[in-house]
Design a protein around this ligand. Structure first.
Ligand SMILES: [Mg+2]
Ligand SMILES: [Zn+2]
Length: 161
């Protein structure tokens, strides 16, 4: 079995300060310490997987293709840094419009990743900035690293055993 670090996106990987939804490249600023943190945990053998709610899609504020395009941009930045992100999962739904099984705090996206990549949840971590991230992780038996939004991830590297 493998082990993984799961990352929430907005407020963890990229800054969401002053922005409720991030969908434009110009607004996509990677938070301090993220690249270094990803490099360090990759070296230690963790897969890197992103799990994100993108309810702005259901609200019609941006599209799935905008989101995919932003993710290609992020993956490009990672690849320049020599970082391999295994997968990015996102929920395009919003509870104001429909009930889905994927929107955090539900754990379907996380469960899918655990099954698909044969990941042992007890060896894995979810890095999030909201209580809903913790609930998602707990339901799937994954430990949580809860950070202040947009803070330096390297402050938490010692929590990864
Ligand atoms: Mg967040
Ligand atoms: Zn969903």
């Amino acid at each position: 079995m493998q082990k993984a670090i799961f990352f929430d996106r907005d407020g963890v990987i990229n800054s969401d300060e002053g922005l409720y939804y991030v969908f434009a490249r110009a607004d996509f600023k990677i938070n301090p310490g993220v690249i270094e943190f990803m490099k360090e945990v990759s070296r230690r053998g963790y897969l890197l997987i992103v799990i994100s709610n993108q309810g702005g899609i259901a609200r019609g504020l941006y599209s799935k293709s905008d989101t995919d395009e932003l993710h290609r941009y992020f993956l490009q930045i990672c690849s320049v840094e020599g970082i391999q992100v295994t997968e990015i999962y996102y929920c395009p739904h919003h509870s104001d419009f429909s009930n889905c099984l994927c929107r955090k705090p539900q754990s379907l996206m996380l469960e899918k990743a655990l099954a698909r990549f044969d990941i042992d949840p007890s060896l894995s971590y979810f890095v999030g900035d909201r209580e809903t991230d913790r609930q998602t992780a707990t339901q799937a038996g994954v430990r949580t690293i809860l950070i202040r939004p947009n803070s330096n991830l390297m402050e938490h590297i010692s929590e990864v055993l």
